[in-house]
Design a protein around this ligand. Sequence first.
Ligand SMILES: [Zn+2]
Length: 159
Amino acid sequence: MPFCKRCGSHIPEDAKFCPYCGAEQPIAVTPATPTIPATTFEKKDPGLTALIAIVAGFFGLWGIGHIYIGKVAKGIALLILGIIIQWLLGIAFFMATFFGMTSGPYGMMHGPGVIGLMLFASVIWTIIILVGLIWQAYDAYNLAKYYNNYVQTYQRPPW
Ligand SMILES: [Zn+2]
């Protein structure tokens, strides 16, 4: 309980004026307590996120970088998409081999056109897989940077 600076009466803690003599009271200076955020959010290393995404991607697993930074739904979607695309690549290779092996010596019965077409399809799928592999790692890298900026600005994770 503080006292009035002029008359010495007991006055309420938050009184701006003394209720007895009316003297204005100095604003109580509370010791400055350091403002500690209730929770500190760990930042995500964009480089490490990209590395995880690329290494896992080489093993056929896309979206692991996304899952690492908490973008679980997108990560799982990329994982499934990557598996589907790589299965299609496998089927394309299989069919190229199948047509090549079963149609006479060196598969020339169907003509080089069919084999060429299948190999061309395989090359296209390989390019798609490489582009997909790099893109999903790049996307995870950017999302990690976005996550860090968001946490720094709003003191909470964006997802
Ligand atoms: Zn007073």
